[in-house]
Ligand binder design. Sequence first.
Ligand code: GAP
Length: 604
Amino acid sequence: MRVAGGARTFTAPMSQPKEIPLMEKIVSMCKRRGFIFQSSDIYGGINGFWDYGPLGAELKRNLRDTWWRAMMREREDVVGLDASIIMHPAVWKASGHVDTFSDMMRECTVTNKRIRADHVEPQSGKVFLFEGAACPGKWVGDFAVVLLQKNGEHTDSVRKRAKDFYIQRVNAMCGAEKASLTDEVQLNERTETVANSVDFHPESGGLLTIAKPFNLMLKTFLGATATEADTAYLRPETAQAIFAQFKNVVDSSRVKVPFGIGQIGKAFRNEVTPRNFTFRSREFEQMELEFFIPPDEAVRLIHGHVAEWSEDADLSTPQPDWGWDLWHRYWVAQRTAYYAGIGLGAEVLAYHWQKPEELAHYARACVDILYKFPFGTEELEGIAARGDFDLTQHQKHSGKPLEVFDEELRAAVAKLTDEQKRDFNAEVQEQWNDRNKSREEAAVFCERLLKGFYVPHVIEPSAGLDRLALAVIANAFTEVEKTDAKGNKEVLTVMRFHPRIAPVKVGVFPLLKNKPELVAKARAVFETLRRQLACFYDEGGSIGKRYARQDEAGTPFCVTIDFDTIGENGPELLDTVTLRHRDDGRQERVKIGDLPGLLLPQVQ
Ligand code: GAP
């Protein structure tokens, strides 16, 4: 999970996969079958941007729908939002993104290429240093070129590379007086050996500068003048719109804490090194839920205690005495169940519970749900307990109150004696002090709380739609060796998508395309089914070829209309079809009228 308002954190340093054969096959299949294309492909592409082709667009839509359904439609306590991509720049100041949403970058002093500080692998070897050239009228003495010998590079060659570059740069600095550099005596040359150093660019071998922050937000200008004052940002996350519209949603929707606001939409980040296909892109979609809960102090006042987590805690049904910890664990369990429901079970997922030193300063806990991608086990979703940081920041910066009034809390407080209130106050101040919050802040909080008001805390399950699409594609990708009638072996791709997310649910084929009765019947079956399911009609090539094409598209079911269907072999098989299952090749005879009832429950 990447954070504004604090240093970014990682599950593990991600090594750059140069050539991962499985990834190469997946990327090639995605292009061949129309799942994912490089954006602007005919112009050579643009780094970090991707387009979804016909099958990819359906897949992505299905994933979006499963999230919306699980997080919104099947719950009573979450409502939706569809906010604009560009918001008032003050939103990003308040959220911390303007000041701190950055990657630490280092620059190669030889090529000026930038690299993320945490992506530099340790290197060892011989280092060549040139410095000390005299240049009349200009001080270049402190300019040096430091180059690490690359693996397999000849010593003479790296020395020459370093020296040539040094001379070239100093010449450029000195302009007309460059002749003085031809004299070798004026150069100081040294060699050294380094071990496990992270100070050299992995490609050029050039010395790296110290790390400096590089803001990841994409800027644009609004209006015709396009001055700095017109700067706006493409949102780097969908979450902030939820916080900024919190009050409007509360005022318009009769929601009551605990409740959530969910949103699916585009986000943009000027990633320095987009990579691993769509995994780290510059334009991507997020599926984010902000689930608002009362602060633990309110729960304690209402229920006399806050329920504590234990190994055997039942996380299936939320309870009124839950504090942030149980709500957080509940959402980890909910999201895990969601992934299982679309075919990503425990065997392909992993969890990274962030250590206290990895957490953003305001976060109480954060769990990354990871998927075992071919290039490494990497983040699919982050689930963070963010406290009241976001709403408090927006309250402060906008000047608009973002508290809620809690009737139950007010009623509980009304039963307290003055002494009990004083004790509560003292207790909260002490606890807050332990969390580095001032006594004044605690006093203001208690005063509002004892009147029934608080700024809700939030649990944020934040998933990437494009990462999820990549995960389900990688998970579905299977190669099967087949031997044809002539004994020739071929490797076929089968995309074993869970039926719920498969781009096409049913392929419908007439056995032969030159038999009008078969074609007419197949078209009729197709027209009926397509009203309820995504179907694909295909009459080209042998049935085996048509099955193979649907296997590659990930279609879980195929229906073939043959001579039995039209009653040529007796009335008992009239209006029955062959239903073929993708994953085990099983075929069964099914009545046309039974198809919707049989298929719909499996794909919804
Ligand atoms: N509101 C919290 C937030 O944005 P994040 O970890 O930075 O947290 C959430 O992003 C999710 O968005 C990630 O788990 C990932 O799935 C997705 N995501 C983030 N950056 C991405 C990128 N450059 N390309 C594709 N997906 C990305």
